[in-house]
Design a protein around this ligand. Structure first.
Ligand code: HEM
Length: 126
């Protein structure tokens, strides 16, 4: 099976997914709490998420090339993240996958990996 990176359309496809993701975070009322944790300008984070996901989905390790190593749960330690914040993040990602018309099977596969990663980013057990 082709990697999610290839299935989504390589770097341009993954970048589009990151753009849509932050677009939903910026506009969905359900995401207002997590939107407020981010800087006003979402462009730098869109770029970081795009390059991170490129490697994570089986493409080139662009995040490491540009920013060095990252441990995702550790990068989230400064923030208040409980189940509600995790679920808002996942909602934005599901909407983003729908909006780029990702294949259904791919969407479910990615969402289960995102769930695990997002759950590890929790800093509150609620
Ligand atoms: C669980 C819910 C999550 C919340 C509420 C959240 C929120 C945040 C916030 C507030 C930042 C810092 C933004 C800034 O500096 O302006 C950040 C950084 C980041 N997040 Fe998340 N995040 C979540 C889950 C995830 C997941 C599941 C991934 C990856 C699959 C991810 C990937 C990243 C990356 C790559 C960065 C940049 C790290 C860096 O370079 O410092 N996040 N996130």
């Amino acid at each position: 099976m082709e990697s999610p990176y290839i299935q989504l359309g390589r770097e341009a496809g993954v970048k589009l997914l990151a753009e849509r993701f932050y677009g939903f975070m910026d506009t969905l009322p359900e995401a207002s709490t997590i939107r407020a944790m981010h800087a006003g300008d979402l462009a730098p984070m869109t770029e970081k998420l795009a390059v991170f996901l490129t490697g994570w989905m089986g493409g080139p390790e662009r995040y490491r090339e540009r920013f060095g190593r990252v441990i995702i749960p550790a990068a989230h330690e400064p923030f208040e993240i409980g189940a509600a914040e995790r679920d808002s993040w996942l909602l934005c990602m599901r909407r983003a996958l729908e909006s780029v018309e990702a294949d259904e099977e791919l969407t479910e596969l990615l969402m289960s990996s995102f769930w695990q990663m997002a759950d590890m980013c929790r800093t509150r057990s609620d």
